[in-house]
Ligand binder design. Structure first.
Ligand code: UDX
Ligand code: ADP
Length: 461
């Protein structure tokens, strides 16, 4: 199909947090491929074509600038791009359904289906269609049925190639992936399509890091990976609650437990609960799948990971309330960090949203600060933010407040002059370090009453 000097034309439909960065890395690593990224949102595409990229991800902008206009193109002309493509990545959003059957758990597949129909309508040559968005198990079957319905003589081969990058470290995760997973059918055309995608990744990924499976294993592995990671966080957060009442220290416990090579040290940091666009959504998707197959005990096992996460966020709020003499009415609280994790401006399902809403219900006045997420924070709290100020400078945010709630562990928050902050706060001054990110002993020596997660408080009372 290629009508230019490139070896192949790759198209990505959906220019979001997954599509944009993934295609940027592929374009950087594969100068012999032409990569086009399209989206229904003109605003998004304009942003990708500007100096203000629509998402913040360390290292991304340099890589976009290196290849944009050479072999990486952002466009809204979806139909023409489909026609010209050899390989189409589908990277549109797959949120949790909030209506009808499966509401709150199942994936809302409307964007996927719209995309599949559009691919079908605009294809005049055979294509490989790659599922990049996280989809329910056996979604490839649905895609294939839609694409091959109503004969137009075009053959579509479906592959599953789930994304494992984490935000904030997305560039590194994609440049040096632990593994790349490619699911395909075990037919001659399935294996040929798989080889085409393998060839793309072999430009920079060692062969031993490429895992090939059948389609359903690939789709399920994505859900299971996220479920296992989230489950570790809920596990350590449950232990944090025990630590707080027994004088054990969750950091010490996590270090001791994680040194067992069978367990491993990663993803054992207690916090205010996990957030982000994937964990909750993917676990609930897994739960829905189990319920569908009447595996009810297994569904409730995994659902407990989410229940525990909700409990953890609520526990954080309750602790603030209880420590601050059981009333927050009219009290000022500085919120340090709103993004769901550092090094991103993304606030999707961020614990800060729930925590701030609850603090506002208790009639606290919030001063929210974050290096990259204030724009999203305004949207998330729209309509309930009459008692919220959004302040870029953390020193200003903390001026005159009764307490500080640290929700995101931005590096800059560990480097602030807390003596200066303390001097301008109401007394007694409280700090609730939701990420165990700060030097608690130093804060205590300054005069703060320090409450962290899974550790005994350090107080002057
Ligand atoms: C996750 C998966 O890691 C990634 O492989 C997948 O492709 C997408 O979903 P992401 O949501 O971007 O990535 O970030 P991640 O680093 O996994 O963090 C998710 C949440 O867990 C954050 O809110 C983070 O603060 C929290 N977390 C993480 C903890 O509370 N404790 C930990 O030890 C690790
Ligand atoms: P993710 O984190 O999975 O990348 P995002 O919401 O960041 O999710 O991005 C998904 C993108 O897909 C959005 O920019 C959205 O506008 C785009 N999109 C949704 N439906 C379609 C469609 N039918 N055609 C093209 N783009 C679409």
């Amino acid at each position: 199909m290629t009508t230019n000097n490139f070896k192949k034309n790759i198209l990505c439909i959906g220019a979001g947090y997954v599509g944009g960065p993934t295609m940027t890395i592929i374009a950087n690593k594969c100068p012999d491929y032409k990569i086009t990224v399209v989206d229904i949102s003109k605003e998004r595409i304009d942003a990708w074509n500007s100096d203000q990229l629509p998402i913040f991800e360390p290292g991304l902008k340099e890589r976009v600038l290196k290849v944009r206009g050479k072999n990486l193109f952002f466009s809204t002309d979806i139909d023409a791009a489909i026609d010209q493509a050899d390989i189409i990545f589908v990277s549109v959003n797959t949120p949790t359904k909030n209506f009808g059957e499966g509401a709150g758990k199942a994936v809302d597949l409307q964007y996927i289906e719209q995309t599949a129909r559009r691919i079908k309508e605009n294809s005049r040559s055979n294509k490989i269609v790659v599922e990049k968005s996280t989809l329910p198990v056996r979604a490839a079957e649905t895609l294939e049925t839609i694409l091959h319905s109503g004969k137009n003589g075009v053959h579509f081969e479906i592959l599953s190639n789930p994304e494992f990058m984490a935000e904030g470290s997305g560039v590194r995760d994609m440049e040096f992936p632990d593994r790349v997973l490619i699911g395909s059918k075990d037919t001659p055309s399935g294996l040929a399509a798989r080889k085409e995608l393998v060839d793309v990744y072999l430009h920079w990924v060692p062969e031993e890091n490429l895992i090939t499976t059948n389609l359903w294993s690939s789709e399920l592995s994505k859900l299971v990976s996220n479920a296992f990671l989230a489950q570790r966080i809920s596990s350590i957060n449950s232990i944090a609650a025990i630590c707080e009442v027994t004088e054990a220290d969750v950091t010490e416990v996590s270090k001791a437990v994680g040194r067992d090579s069978r367990i491993g040290a990663k993803f054992l940091n207690a916090g205010p609960g996990f957030g982000g666009s994937c964990f909750r959504k993917d676990i609930l998707n897994l739960v829905y799948l189990c319920e569908y197959y009447q595996l009810n005990e297994i569904a409730s096992f995994w659902e407990q990971v989410v229940t525990l996460n909700d409990y953890q966020m609520e526990r954080y709020v309750k602790r603030i309330l209880q420590v601050m003499f059981n009333t927050l009415v009219g009290k000022k609280l500085a919120v340090f960090g709103f993004a769901f994790k550092p090094d991103t401006g993304d606030t999707r399902d961020a614990p800060a949203i729930y925590i701030c809403k609850r603090l506002l219900e208790e009639k606290a006045c919030l001063r929210i600060t974050d290096p990259h997420a204030l724009k999203n924070a305004r949207k998330d709290l729209e309509g309930i933010d009459s008692e919220v100020e959004y302040i870029e400078d953390p020193y200003k945010a903390a001026e005159g407040v009764h307490g500080i709630a640290l929700i995101t562990e931005w590096t800059e928050y560990s480097k602030l002059d807390y003596q200066k902050i303390f001097d301008k706060m109401e007394k007694p001054a409280f700090i609730f370090d939701g990420r165990n990110h700060l030097d608690h002993k130093a804060l205590f020596d300054i005069g703060f009453n320090v409450y962290s997660v899974g550790k005994a408080p350090l107080t002057h009372f």
